[in-house]
Design a binder for this molecule. Sequence first.
Ligand code: ZN
Length: 611
Amino acid sequence: MSTVINVFKDEALEATAREAIRLDESQALLEKFVTLVRESGTPDEEVAGRYIVDRLKALGVPVTLHTPELYISNPVRAELGISIAGAGGASGLGTADGATLSTRTLHARPPAMGRSTGDAAVEGEICYVPSKYAGGTSSLFDLPDAARGGGVDDPVRGRIVLTEGFSMPASVGAFERRGAIAQIFIHPGKNVHEGICTSIWGAPTADSLGRKPAVPVVCINHADGEALIADVQRGAVRASVKTWLREGWMRCLLPVAEIRGQDDVDEFLLVHGHYDSWYEGIGDNATGDAALLELARVLWGLRGQLKRTVRIAWWPGHSTGRYAGSTWYADTFADELDEHCIAQLDIDSPGCADATAYEEVMWMAEADAVCRSSIQDALGLPSTRVRPLRAGDYSFNQIGPTGLYMLLSNIPGEERQRRGYYAVGGCGGNIAWHTVDDLMPVADLEILRRDLMVYLTTIVRIVNAPLHPFDYAAAVDEMHAAVAKYQEAAAGEIDLGPVIHDLARLAADIGAWRVAMDARVSRAPGDHELRRGTNAALRRIARLLVPLNYAKGERFDHDPALKFGTLPRLEPAASLPQAPAEMKPFAKVGLQREVNKVRATLRAVARELKR
Ligand SMILES: [Zn+2]
């Protein structure tokens, strides 16, 4: 069992911060941003970046403007032509072999980072692979069953695949491996939602560039998709796919405000969100940008009472560069983030109309007490935690600060169901997400005020707590429970017992150490060295445990944007019984190496407790 962190609360300061919220800056930002289509690398995005810098300067908040070159892919347009053999009717066209063709063109949009064909159409027969739409936001990144398959007689090979769902990287990658020459995704509603289909996180490297989708991908709406499925089920249907995307290195603006703390000035909380958007993007993420600006204003006013530093960053390149801005920042300021970042707090799509529920809020297990108590104390509301997805601007997991929030308030699930909404990845659950409809009615400033109250309470608690308010025993408990499940699923194929034993002991050790350190620090409030040294140890523990809990790859790299389980290095153990017999010995060798890495990491954490 983990310890319960006594969350530090300065109720007077928290109340002062919440009462300081005014929404005029927020409203002005929304009114400005609704005039801007903030695609990365475009003049509109630059206007938005300059606006943020100008407002910060007018408010007196110190700001640094970075100008990185980011790798961006902006969808321009697509053409999807359909031709049906053997159909009659007025639109019928004669063909060389005498068969009748009916042809039509469908409205289609290419996701970012798909292949740009230009005029060189990809033509072929459509192969329909039925799939299900995501059941909820948390399953948007799942690999659908339809994407599993393969082999020489796979009907997808050499054809244009047609399937339901968003063009998520797991599906797109799987269909490409199955040999699809182009891909058509049917969206669940009236509007096509914009998106990005590469699994490459941030700018590609020479090694990862090969994972960029090599085939054209387009998305169509539900009605067109249903009609096309019906055609395919009646007989052979051919498609011609053309896509145009503007791709390359683009200079973008990346503003970072800094409000320096009074005591431990080097230690900083990174608060961040993206300011690029699809279309005018009011709910995703102009409301978040307005929140960041208001946080900067309020925290600047309270700077004399903040013990540590808050950095507030607005990212470009989120939508069309797969989190390119936050990834650039992680790469460029890796050393500072590694040494001094207390935690990272992501702000995406707050303040949306009717979003009154905190039913699926992301935070890492160790932040449970601080996040849950902040929502409770700011608003008197309960909340339900969701383990953070490998999504949003969580570009820091492989450096290792604890992460909290991403999306925050949502339209209650029951209400979304009543409205017939399907799962989307922002806008408080409003299906205007990533469409032309994401305009002013999607936002609600009074809901934004509530979300700001949560953010401010959380921020004050984190930056003013004597010791960082994160319970790393809870993170170890989470991994312990996951590895116990992997062990059970492995059904004796491999023994994860030693890891389970290590995790159980480490959780107990961290808990005891934390209780002792809290007591020592509270007995000696003037002992700056003790406090700073203990916090540095907490950050080093996070640098070991966060990558272990959330990443497969090395520290300072960026894993693909795919769904991972808890402690993903050991996740393959769970599917060992299903592995082909001849592959099992190879899989076990790999898993043994992962076990060794995991145990070495846990020993390193244990050593931190003894320093
Ligand atoms: Zn967003």
